[in-house]
Design a protein around this ligand. Structure first.
Ligand code: ZN
Ligand code: ZN
Length: 662
């Protein structure tokens, strides 16, 4: 047997020429796929002289994607076993799982999913090898004559979307055969691979649900049935994921929004457009008031701008060139018609604003600006409207109308590094004040193919952002080439109470808008200079941040944000008057207190207050009345007895003022 020289994970090795990665990694059970010369390949791939081999662990992003796609592949095999004649669509991996689209005789029901799942378990136990076979268009079309969707994919080979690329995106057209113990193909699928070495390498999986989905995402195409599933490197990881889903479901802000009477999306208004109810209004106002106060302390100036504008403003800003798909369509105003309906005087196009920046630029430009005024920090709670596709809308975290806590900072080049540094500190501290603690930062740098502005400006701004980020001692992730065409940015990613990451604030340098608007200030030497413009939204939008906080706190807001801070519950009716007076005192001390004087029994009242997640229950009975005191009962059931009324008020006020959780 001849030998070949290859590199294995960076080290030179000489191996026999019939050795494949599956032999080389025989002892490394976590290696389920590999890269050969940088390209992801099956472990069964033949090696040649000079190859550079890299083992890919099942727990790495590539490994997880291959695990999940291979499980989708097994699911398709099981579906055709259990429901013969079902036609196949596509089956890509997605975040935390996979799906596969099918055209079955009838839509799947939960019982069907169980049947499919147990057929999958048999296939996994069988340990069928995934074998790659190169074919050509003519042969594939013949072989797959009974699979019209696959045939359609063969027709668009290379020109597909990311998702269809799973099947046909490779340089060659390939079919994978699942081999039984006797080496015979049991089942085959058009697929570009790669896959796990065999089905027994799937450690843990679960089918989640089925849903209707149009073939290749277009409503002009037939409606297929999509089954979603998930797969993990171990049963423990699968269990952990299912627990996280259950916890996320309990915390879902759309559900809590209804249970706690915070907001709703009335059908009559339209999707993605929320109304806030009185209780949600209190939370929102508390969020806004605190933000406003902190912005005042940081020398922001408050401005206001209208919700709609003539098209010319968004032509000038460029939004109509590169953002029009995200905007609501225009309305025509002031059009005059002849009696016969023909146009006498053409109307004006008006647009709802998707962003506030152009308005702030007009405010900057409303008079001559001097260097003495810079940095000029314009702040607005600006409501914007964006035409999001209905499929991506998600409660108040992804809506069509929302209010940004938006600011634009105009400064000199020299001021920019200091401004970015203090801005980032301000942003992070404010997020901490709302109860988020775990952050990392992402720096998006220039894409040289697609950007405006001078090289030197980009370097300077990117370095200033990097320095500001490093000064925070937080993890910094590079998003190389990920910046918008008009400037680099930092985004703040926050982890919530159950470890999910949310993109919160962004700090964006802009080289484009000051140019388009020809913004200028007079410098100390009398020359006209262009300011640097920084966009920054801190919450992103108030609605979205509201949704994130609702899920972070699972609706149990800290007292400073809670719609009702105190619920007074008498042990019996006779103590109602006493508590009514306590509530009055609390209200005049600025505490949001209520008395439950309903006919319910005390235990029911406690349960109701707990369901409403009210931070303080104050309870009074015989002894409390005698002592001029109340008892505290907290959401977790803990109780503190015999607190004099004045002390109780002082304690609640302090908790609110210090924004503490109880
Ligand atoms: Zn496949
Ligand atoms: Zn902006």
């Amino acid at each position: 047997m001849s030998t070949i020289s290859i590199t294995v994970d960076g080290a030179a090795r000489t191996v026999e020429s019939d050795q494949r990665p599956t032999h080389i990694y025989a002892e490394a059970k976590e290696i389920v796929v590999c890269k050969i010369n940088g390209v992801l390949k099956d472990l069964w791939t033949d090696l040649v002289e000079g190859d550079s081999l890299e083992g890919i662990s099942i727990s790495s992003p590539d490994g997880l994607a291959v695990l999940r796609h291979s499980t989708a592949h097994v699911m398709a095999q099981a579906v055709q076993q259990v429901f013969p004649g079902t036609r196949l669509g596509i089956g890509p991996p997605i975040t935390d799982g996979f799906y596969y689209d099918f055209d079955p005789a009838n839509p799947f029901n939960p019982d069907d999913l169980e049947k499919i799942e147990s057929a999958m378990r048999k296939i996994v136990k069988d340990g069928q090898r995934f074998k790659r076979r190169v074919t050509n268009e003519a042969d594939a079309l013949k072989e797959l004559a009974s699979e019209p969707y696959k045939c359609e994919l063969i027709g668009i080979k290379g020109g597909g979307t990311d998702e269809t690329n799973v099947e046909v995106g490779g340089a060659e057209l390939t079919i994978y055969d699942n081999l039984g113990r006797d080496g015979q193909a049991i089942w085959s699928d058009l697929c570009r691979g790669p896959h796990l070495p065999s089905t027994k390498h799937i450690p843990a999986f679960k089918l989640m649900r089925s849903a209707a989905a149009y073939w290749r995402g277009s409503e002009k195409n037939p409606m297929l049935q999509r089954i979603y599933g998930t797969a993990w490197p171990s049963q423990d990881e699968l269990n952990g994921y299912l627990e996280l889903l259950a916890e996320a479901e309990k915390r879902d802000h759309r559900r809590l929004g209804q249970e706690l009477d915070l907001f709703s999306f009335p059908e009559e208004i339209g999707s993605g457009l929320a109304v806030f109810h009185p209780k949600g209004g209190i939370v929102r106002r508390a969020m806004e008031d605190y933000s406003r106060k902190r912005h005042e302390e940081e020398n922001y100036e408050f401005v206001y701008s209208p919700h709609l504008t003539k098209a010319a403003l968004f032509q000038k800003s460029g939004h109509l060139d590169w953002y029009s798909e995200g905007m609501y369509p225009p309305m025509i105003m002031d059009e005059e018609l002849h009696a016969d309906g023909t146009v006498k005087r053409a109307g004006q196009q008006y647009y709802m604003k998707p962003m506030n920046c152009p308005f702030h630029n007009l405010i900057f430009q409303s008079r001559q600006r001097s260097y003495r005024e810079l940095p000029l920090r314009l702040f607005e709670f600006g409501t914007v409207y964006r035409y999001e596709k209905s499929g991506v809308l998600h409660g108040i975290t992804r809506a069509r109308g929302f209010t940004q806590d938006d600011a634009h900072i105009y400064c000199t080049k020299e001021q920019m590094p200091g401004e970015l540094d203090s801005l980032l500190t301000f942003v992070l501290n404010l997020l901490r004040d709302y109860g988020l603690e775990d952050f990392y930062l992402e720096l998006s740098t220039r894409n040289p193919e697609k950007s405006v502005g001078e090289d030197a400006d980009w370097v300077e701004a990117t370095e200033a952002l990097r320095k500001a980020a490093l000064a925070q001692n937080l993890e910094l992730v590079l998003d190389e080439g990920g910046a918008a065409f008009y400037g680099p940015k930092i985004s703040v990613q926050a982890k919530d109470a159950i470890g999910r990451t949310w993109q919160m604030s962004t700090i964006q340098v802009d080289f484009q808008l000051p140019q388009r608007f020809e913004l200028e200030f007079s410098a100390s030497d009398g020359s006209r200079q262009r300011p640097v413009m920084i966009h920054r939204a801190l919450f992103g939008s108030i609605e979205r941040f509201f949704g994130v906080l609702t899920e972070h706190y699972s609706g149990a807001f800290p007292p400073w944000l809670a719609p009702v801070q105190v619920m007074a519950i008498p042990v019996a009716d006779t103590f109602s008057d006493y508590l009514s007076d306590v509530v009055k005192q609390m209200k005049s001390a600025g505490i949001r207190a209520e008395l439950d004087d309903s006919d319910d029994r005390m235990q029911k009242k406690v349960r109701n207050a707990q369901m409403q997640k009210i931070p303080f229950m104050i309870i009074a009975g015989e002894e409390d009345v005698k002592a001029g005191a109340v008892s505290f009962r907290y959401r977790n059931g803990d109780q503190k007895n015999g607190i004099p009324i004045a002390d109780a008020i002082a304690e609640i006020k302090k908790t609110v003022a210090d924004r503490l959780q109880v």
